[in-house]
Write a protein that binds this ligand. Structure first.
Ligand code: FES
Length: 113
């Protein structure tokens, strides 16, 4: 990624100021044509598809406890490190690369090469 945070490169999306996402919090953000949930787990930022696999609830408005993100609609829980729904081996939210550059949160929607 180039040093200039305004030219992060193809596939990367600026989600806003990193200082507005303190540890233990989760936010909802729009990146391109997707809604993502970005969580801060002890200073590490992790991003998942923000639309719950159950019935489309807003995961970015859920509750974060350690690495567990709970959907605000019906309580499905996901591990934000992996995207896995905690009661099912087959349900997994897409996850995305995140970087913080010059106090901006950047997320890459493209899958890693
Ligand atoms: S929509 Fe997320 S648990 Fe139902």
């Amino acid at each position: 990624m180039p040093d200039d945070p305004q030219t992060a490169g193809p596939g990367w999306h600026d989600l806003g100021p990193a200082h507005q996402l303190p540890p233990g919090e989760v936010i909802e953000a729009v990146a391109g044509d997707r809604i993502v949930a970005v969580a801060n787990v002890d200073g590490e930022l992790l991003a998942l598809d923000g639309i719950c696999a159950h019935q489309g609830g807003p995961l970015g408005k859920g509750r974060l406890e350690a690495c567990t993100l709970t959907c605000p609609w019906h309580g499905w829980q996901y591990d934000v490190r992996t995207g896995r729904q905690q009661l099912s081996q087959t349900i997994r939210q897409a996850s995305f690369a995140v970087q913080v550059r010059s106090d901006r949160i950047w997320v890459r929607l493209d899958p890693p090469a």
